[in-house]
Design a binder for this molecule. Sequence first.
Ligand SMILES: [Zn+2]
Length: 400
Amino acid sequence: MLKKVVNISKIYTWETSKNSLEVKKNHEILIKNDKIIKISKKIDDFTNDTIDAKQCIVTPGFIDSHTHPIFFGNRSDEFHKRLNGFSYEKIKKTGGGILSSIKKLRRASFEELYLNSLKNIKPFIKYGTTTLEAKSGYGLTLEDEIKSLEVIKKINNELELDILPTFLGAHAVPQELKTSEYVEKICNDMIPEIAEKKLAIFCDVFCEDGYFNIDESRKILNTAKSYGLIPRVHADEFKYFGASELAVEVSAISADHLMVINEDGIRALSNSNTVATLLPGTTFFLNKDKYANGRKLIDGGCSVALATDFNPGTCTIRSMPNIIFLAMQNCGMSLAESFLAVTYNAAKSLNISHMSGLINEGYNADILIWDLEDLKEIPYWYDSADTKIFKVIKNGNEVN
Ligand SMILES: [Zn+2]
């Protein structure tokens, strides 16, 4: 099946050979099944299936490389507690925070969790996200982690967007176990079974003071690797203790958060293939003043991606245009750098940059058509991007 996108004013994509933003004016795109097969000024191949872009601009679909959308209920009470002076740590100590999400998820049936998570994930599409990484991590028992990953699998089969699953058993230590016991469980029971069932591509660890230390994180990630899962790390969010260096040591594909990374961490990341993923939505949602320093990371030679960190406790933002706005305003990133961070670099952090994140021949036909004249309008309309996206094309099909 051939399909043509015509009447495009500008196509924005990243030119990897020049490492710069490329703008193609008045080009057409030819799609065969789910792939882009030709981009040129005039495409002569005949097809009855034509999409008129009405002189709008085109970008690749966004890739959101860090989300926690598999949860039940919500934690709006915490937002109000925080405004009354409770810290995230204090909320956690009094049974709130992540522990409350764990309680709710364990009680929910598969069907309940599925319906709730479907509601969480569906709106990503209207904001232009065509590929999503989704983590488990609110179950913390073998059974509940598998339940979460099975929900991801079911939603991935049903919704048009692609969802890449991450096992995040090491999100927190469940109250009923000591950290050492839980690490044993993750390594001996959970990783082998999840790998065997092929329910995850990645394995993530919350490597942070009070959660999993360097040695525990190393053990989990090396075990995951031996079972064919690709490591990623929640690193340097609250307190610097070398989590980025660990990410590089275990060849993690991404180190995420990085609000408190130092020179050693930046040096380690810049000399590696580990992508530095920044989540400014969380800093905004928690009303903190210290955003990750994207400028310093990029100047230090790191590949930087941006993601939403959508989750029930610390960020309910799903819109990547909103994240671009926050990164430009608070992380010192330019429009071109932010564009790269939500397309090609995000694809790198998910091991799919050979087929996703660019408007290129041979790439997935994941295309956004915007009712805008210029790329710079995307962050400007940060809270209404859904109204500015004229069409979302995923794997060659119009989905919104
Ligand atoms: Zn996270």
